[in-house]
Write a protein that binds this ligand. Structure first.
Ligand SMILES: Cc1cc2nc3c(=O)[nH]c(=O)nc-3n(C[C@H](O)[C@H](O)[C@H](O)COP(=O)(O)OP(=O)(O)OC[C@H]3O[C@@H](n4cnc5c(N)ncnc54)[C@H](O)[C@@H]3O)c2cc1C
Length: 402
């Protein structure tokens, strides 16, 4: 039976980032995803915020042009214009970005297993402490041994359940069309529509960066029909934007966990990253920045744990630690989710257009309060240590098969 230090289930942004860091540090990693090609079924709009763009070296050719402007519309379509002096957002060309990150994982000697569904895991309970992971590919099930298993398998994580960790319970759903060929004379802009009828508890959006236009709606699934709301929203937007030559290149959609980062996201057999860990801003529903940051911390913690076998290493990876930082955003999420009346939202928008509340909207869109920054200085030291130690850094525990 093949044996790995770490089996990572799911090659979205979180799984790719973690695999890349672990493999570069010398761990023997298997990365498995049920998709055959990572360019298929992308589900995110892919808006990266300034903080991520500044802190992580994302390849420029995988990002669209910079967006500095936001227009926030009330249900009656009264607009509030927000402009930043900074390049606030860029829309990722996500298929290309995933493919690039995967190349880097493979270059770092991670083993890639596409079209492979995680089907369960069994803890052997013997001295090795290994877990047997069941993977299905083309109707054939194989077993591999893992010292550690990572659930990077999205909002409805099967790995979370199998490891007995916390699972997401609250989410919104989003659906969008990606269009090319939309004629726009104006600068790149992120148009956000607060409208509880079209997008109950969240937003409808049009992001035009001059190359791609994403038109979408999101909200609580039990309060609207996302496909119908999108159709209606597109029809309305076709009166504002010139869609005559537009062609839809993709339809994207999926669940977004908004209950805040889960409390119990690690145990001796494995841990969770990204959406599986609930690491999404409950207010903005942005999950890409948390993917990058939490996977960085996860890589540190896993490396420590595999080298020392000391459970104290895992204690640092506690969702409870981060939840405190999300209190105000969770509170704002509760408020948003409970407001069903367009009149109330209209009144709220009118207040937001007045000083001193104008700054609140700027803070939500342009603030740098994304996922808590998790020990980047330690990570740098850790990566330096690993590159000096080479691959052997992971061989310290007897009985491993690296
Ligand atoms: C419509 C929409 C728009 C969004 N827009 C933005 C945005 O603009 N900006 C932002 O910051 N956030 C956005 N988000 C949130 C963000 O996309 C997510 O938080 C982020 O992509 C999560 O990445 P992940 O790697 O954790 O999970 P995912 O990207 O969901 O990756 C999980 C992977 O696991 C694989 N997988 C699942 N189950 C199995 C299994 N059993 N076996 C093998 N593989 C499996 C899947 O195939 C998938 O590749 C959006 C979300 C949605 C739904």
């Amino acid at each position: 039976m093949e044996s790995f230090d770490v089996v990572v289930v799911g090659a979205g942004l979180a799984g790719l980032q973690l695999t890349r860091l672990l493999a570069r540090g010398g761990a023997r990693v298997l990365l498995a995803d049920r998709k055959n090609s990572l360019e298929d079924s992308v589900h995110t709009t892919g808006i990266f915020v300034r903080r991520t763009l500044e802190d992580f070296d994302l390849p420029r050719d995988c990002l669209g042009p910079a967006v500095r402007r936001v227009r926030l519309y009330s249900p009656a379509r009264r607009a509030q214009e927000l402009e930043s002096e900074h390049e606030e957002f860029r829309v990722g060309r996500m298929g290309r970005l995933y493919a690039r990150m995967l190349e880097e994982c493979i270059d770092a000697r991670a083993v890639w297993s596409p079209a492979t569904r995680y089907a369960g895991s069994e803890f052997k309970g013997d001295d090795s402490g290994d877990t047997e992971v069941l993977l299905e590919r083309a109707g054939v099930t194989r077993r591999v041994k893992a010292r550690f298993v990572v659930g990077a398998d999205g909002a409805r994580s099967r790995v979370a359940r199998d490891l007995g960790l916390d699972e997401n319970r609250e989410w919104i759903v989003g659906v969008e069309d990606v269009l090319r060929g939309v004629a726009t004379a104006s600068e790149p802009c992120f148009h956000c529509f607060l409208d509880p009828r079209l997008a109950p508890g969240y937003l409808a959006w049009v992001v035009c960066d001059g190359e791609e236009t994403h038109v979408g709606v999101g909200g609580y699934a039990d309060r609207f029909d996302p496909a119908r709301a999108l159709e209606e929203f597109r029809a309305e937007m076709s009166r504002t934007f010139d869609f005559t030559r537009a062609r839809r290149v993709e339809r994207r959609g999926g669940r977004i966990p908004v209950g805040g980062v889960l409390k119990r996201i690690a145990c001796g057999r494995g841990l969770l990253v990204g959406d599986a860990a609930g690491a999404v801003s409950p207010l903005t529903a942005g999950g890409l920045d948390p993917c990058m940051r939490l996977s960085g911390l996860a890589a540190e913690v896993i490396a420590d744990y595999l080298k020392t076998g000391d459970a104290a290493a895992l204690a640092r990876y506690s969702g409870a630690r981060f939840r405190a930082r999300f209190v105000s955003r969770l509170w704002m999420r509760r408020t948003l989710s409970s407001v069903n009346s367009s009149l109330l939202v209209e009144a709220g928008c009118a207040v937001m257009r007045r000083a001193p509340f104008r700054n609140l909207a700027r803070h939500v869109f342009f603030g740098r309060g994304s996922f808590p920054d998790v020990a980047t200085h330690r990570r740098a030291a850790w990566l330096g240590l690993l590159s000096r130690a080479g691959r052997s850094g992971f061989n310290s525990r007897p009985g491993t098969n690296v």
